[in-house]
Design a protein around this ligand. Structure first.
Ligand SMILES: Cc1cc2nc3c(=O)[nH]c(=O)nc-3n(C[C@H](O)[C@H](O)[C@H](O)COP(=O)(O)OP(=O)(O)OC[C@H]3O[C@@H](n4cnc5c(N)ncnc54)[C@H](O)[C@@H]3O)c2cc1C
Ligand SMILES: *[C@@H]1O[C@H](CO)[C@@H](O)[C@H](O)[C@H]1NC(C)=O
Ligand SMILES: *[C@@H]1O[C@H](CO)[C@@H](O)[C@H](O)[C@H]1NC(C)=O
Ligand SMILES: *[C@@H]1O[C@H](CO)[C@@H](O)[C@H](O)[C@H]1NC(C)=O
Length: 472
């Protein structure tokens, strides 16, 4: 045991192995951000460490983050951020099942129109068979090839679930993506346009219209984004899609409950590295942790500042987040502008023209499944002016605006992104630079939980070696 003459050893241990001080105590973990990434990370950590970890989540705003809803005067509540979940999103699917939540289908009887800023290139028919014929007529064999390509990509993507089940953890986004399929690495560093037209030989037309539409609608961007996120976006156009009954943010709320994490309702202002761990400061508190997880984007234009002190290497805030304004409207679509869409049927109009003032306009379904053909959501790069509102709507009775920094503004060449920022400091949202989606944040969160388990295991090993030295 430790005698008075082992002061030197204690000093040695204190400098080189901070955690030995808390060896007998629980491991203390801070998670900064209470969106789906932060809350699922707490849930995964609780699964791995159980009672041996004390987990704290800092959230200065609402749990759910970019999963958020707003109430309108028609008595419905609507999703304003992330809304659609794909049937192959394993973690989201498992969470809903395991946490006692219910799924609901998204509105399905909407007529899709692809608008190019002047005219419609494509308008869906009432009959499914007619749509298939229309698609084949307009886009030819590329329609079939593209669908096959996405389906194969989804099969390869699924590999991540097996790898994570085996406990594999990745220090950076590129390694994680390459582990699904080595070819995916090239998808990070080539544009959809180049990849799809030159490599995959899809027609220019299908890329400029259909693929562009999916990116305009899902990411507010164009086919200039990398092929990886472009393909994730295309996957989101097909297959069985669903939403969470009562709002997608319910998943984050339930994960928080189940994780046994303690919620600290404040913004973290800074994370400072000390000899004994990390200090996370808010306006009214300073607390010490063994591990810190950043579960919010670190970008050049983030709205809530978070400072880092005393790190061995400086943190680079790579790139900017893309602004997408959600405007929720109760009103009547302007028939002069969109004569082909009737009042009594749902519509989703996607604007493939990146220079026009809106990205998309679509009918909404309440979080409890109620449809209202007077309820609309417009996505745009900037808040709509009253003139622009009058172009889209004949009249309206209510307008609510949510101004998001929604997802990365994707640029090429691809920059490497790390999940590990410093020893025992991690960043879930690095994964958004491959593609941003609820499921991606869950995969990033699981990876960070696995990294902590790996690093903690290594640490305990070092510590037990030190203890044997001590016992000599
Ligand atoms: C308009 C829009 C549409 C989208 N559509 C879809 C879709 O259909 N399907 C899909 O899968 N995804 C969609 N997404 C993307 C999806 O919403 C996000 O990828 C996902 O919700 C990100 O979750 P997160 O927990 O990683 O980050 P966030 O949800 O951003 O959570 C971060 C949290 O951290 C908090 N925070 C920030 N700084 C601090 C601090 N210093 N201290 C304490 N707390 C802090 C924030 O308040 C926030 O709650 C959409 C996003 C938007 C905006
Ligand atoms: C937290 O620590 C910093 C410096 O270590 C100090 O300036 C600050 O006042 C402390 N804040 C609180 C709320 O204790
Ligand atoms: C909106 O316009 C339509 C037709 O122009 C009209 O029937 C309806 O009453 C108007 N609604 C409101 C709220 O002004
Ligand atoms: C991306 O491609 C560019 C050339 O277009 C190359 O210089 C760069 O090294 C590539 N980056 C990665 C991370 O592969």
């Amino acid at each position: 045991m430790v005698h008075s003459n082992s002061n030197i050893l204690i000093a040695f241990v204190a400098i080189f192995s901070p955690i030995i001080c808390t060896q007998q105590q629980n491991v203390k973990i801070a998670i900064i951000g209470g969106g789906i990434g932060g809350t699922s990370c707490a849930y995964f950590l609780n699964e791995m460490f159980g009672e041996k970890a004390d987990i704290f989540i800092y959230e200065g705003n609402k749990i759910g983050g970019r999963l958020a809803t707003v109430s309108m005067t028609d008595g419905n509540e609507y999703e304003t951020g992330g809304s659609i979940i794909h049937e192959r999103n394993k973690y989201m699917t498992d969470f809903v099942k395991d946490l006692g939540l219910q799924r609901r289908p998204p509105s399905s009887n909407e007529r899709l129109g692809l608008y190019n800023g002047k005219d419609f290139d494509f308008i869906q028919s009432d009959y499914y068979l007619m749509n298939v014929i229309k698609m084949l007529w307009r886009y030819g064999y590329s329609t079939v090839k593209l669908q096959r390509f996405i389906s194969k990509m989804l099969d390869k993507f699924d590999r991540i679930y097996g790898l994570q089940k085996e406990g594999r953890a990745f220090d950076n986004v590129e390694d994680l993506v390459a582990a699904m399929n080595p070819e995916f690495l090239t998808y990070l560093n080539v544009s959809v346009k180049d990849g799809y037209v030159e490599k995959e030989r899809f027609s220019q037309k299908i890329v400029n219209e259909l693929v562009q539409a999916s990116l305009r609608c899902n990411y507010g961007q164009t086919v200039k984004v990398p092929e990886f996120v472009g393909s994730v976006s295309m996957a989101g156009m097909d297959g069985a899609l669903w939403c969470v009954s009562g709002g997608n943010r319910r998943v984050a709320e339930r994960l928080l409950d189940e994780s046994n994490a303690k919620l600290i309702e404040a913004f973290a202002l800074s994370v400072s590295m000390k000899q004994f761990g990390y200090v996370v400061a808010t306006a009214t508190s300073n607390d010490t942790y063994d591990y810190v997880v950043i579960a919010t984007p670190l970008s050049q234009n983030q709205r809530i500042p978070l400072n880092f002190d005393n790190l061995p290497t400086q943190i680079s805030r790579n790139g900017e987040y893309h602004r997408t304004v959600s405007t929720l409207v109760l009103g009547k679509l302007n028939k002069k502008k969109f004569p082909k869409f009737a009042d009594d049927e749902g519509a989703i109009i996607i604007n493939t023209n990146d220079d026009d003032f809106f990205n998309s306009i679509g009918n909404l379904q309440g979080i409890n499944g109620k449809e209202n053909h007077r309820a609309w959501k417009v996505f745009s790069k900037k808040p709509l002016t009253s003139n622009e509102m009058n172009i889209l709507f004949e009249n309206h009775t209510e307008v609510k605006i949510i101004d998001w920094l929604a997802y990365p503004h994707y640029v090429l060449p691809h920059q490497q992104m790390s999940f590990s920022l410093a020893p025992r400091l991690y960043h879930i949202n690095a994964i958004e630079w491959a593609a941003s989606a609820m499921e991606m944040s869950c995969i990033g969160a699981k990876n960070v939980a696995l990294l902590i388990r790996r690093d903690h295991g290594n640490w305990q090993q070092t510590n037990s070696m030190k203890r044997s030295v001590e016992e000599l």
